[in-house]
Write a new protein. Structure first.
Length: 332
């Protein structure tokens, strides 16, 4: 489940050719953005609210725990020492390693306690409060250890709310609604600036104990009417875990099937589900040394992709060529 949730979290985070200079990487970030209200007011396609509605079977004492995960944009500024001061620069090279000014992201998570369905009848709210902050990473050339430069990372404050409500529909059947709202106070500006105040790649994980989550993709006939009435805004809930498990659901901004899987042949995240792993990896291997250097300098996760790709064995590369998982007989 965590592997699937992480794949959703970073889908689209950085695209081939994984470099800052690539046009497709000039406008980031991912699917599932929940934006500050001031931005959403003039850009209705960038909502300030995300809603998940699912069906749960269980007694009023059945427990539910909800986790909301998203990415928080981090601005990375390269700084070079000039005299006694650090001066902002677009890029620098220290100790043979190149560093670029750009943006990154850090993972955020909000988790509720386990709550009974009965407790959720009167609605339950949890504030999302993340303070603005910064951190500085000193860079040295390795000679005498004296810092010659630094990477300054900073992030904006985020404010919002998670609201949970459970409504009984029939004997032992409940509709649970999880609503995430961004209430960050931020002035309208460019979309790139708006992303700094957004909950990027927002998704929700619902776990029940003592109850059962109902598939909305293929609901039982007896509850199909209630399943069709569930209103999901900017999200798509699916069952996750081993097939047949009805304890955990992932509400994703990307459409998935129940019990999604990551191919075991995949060597790791590539952030680009619209492409084939084999093609992306072969393309990475054909980059020039200069292009690889920019890829490594653009983002720590891009650097990891490059390192992992160059370490693949011939056997691992061949495994990406294709796999037949099921063989059946077609009847005519």
């Amino acid at each position: 489940m965590r592997a699937i949730a992480d794949a959703v979290l970073y889908e689209g985070y950085l695209l081939w050719p994984y470099r800052r200079s690539a046009l497709k990487n000039q406008q980031r970030f991912t699917f599932g953005g929940v934006f500050a209200p001031a931005h959403s007011a003039s850009h209705p396609d960038d909502p300030c609210r995300q809603q998940t509605e699912v069906l749960v079977r269980g007694d009023p004492v059945a427990q539910l725990q909800v986790t909301v995960r998203f990415l928080h944009v981090v601005a990375r500024q390269a700084m070079r020492r000039e005299g006694d001061a650090l001066v902002a620069v677009d890029e620098l090279t220290i100790g043979g390693r190149r560093h670029l000014t750009w943006s990154e992201a850090t993972e955020r998570e909000v988790r509720t306690p386990s709550l009974s369905l009965e407790e959720l009848r009167s609605s339950w709210r949890q504030a999302i409060e993340i303070a603005a902050g910064s951190a500085r990473e000193a860079l040295t050339d390795g000679a005498d250890g004296t810092p010659e430069a630094a990477l300054h990372r900073s992030w904006q404050a985020l404010t919002g709310e998670l609201q949970l409500t459970a409504v009984p529909l029939a004997d032992g059947l409940w509709r649970v609604t999880a609503t995430i709202e961004n209430r960050t106070s931020a002035r309208p500006g460019s979309r790139q600036k708006a992303l700094e105040h957004a909950f990027c790649s927002t998704h929700t994980i619902l776990r029940t104990r003592g109850g059962e989550l109902v598939s909305l993709t293929d609901p039982p006939v007896a509850v199909a009417r209630h399943a069709a009435a569930c209103r999901n805004i900017g999200t798509w809930p699916v069952l996750v875990g081993e097939p047949g498990d009805v304890q955990t659901m992932l509400s994703s901004p990307i459409i998935l099937e129940d019990y999604p899987r990551i191919a075991p042949e995949s060597p790791g995240d590539l952030f680009d589900g619209g492409e084939i792993d084999q093609l992306l990896i072969l393309n990475i291997l054909t980059l020039t040394d200069e292009e690889k250097a920019e890829m490594a300098a653009s983002d720590p996760r891009a650097q990891e992709i490059l390192r992992r790709t160059e370490a693949l064995t011939p056997e691992q590369l061949m495994a990406l060529h294709g796999t037949i998982r099921e063989v059946g007989l077609e009847r005519r």
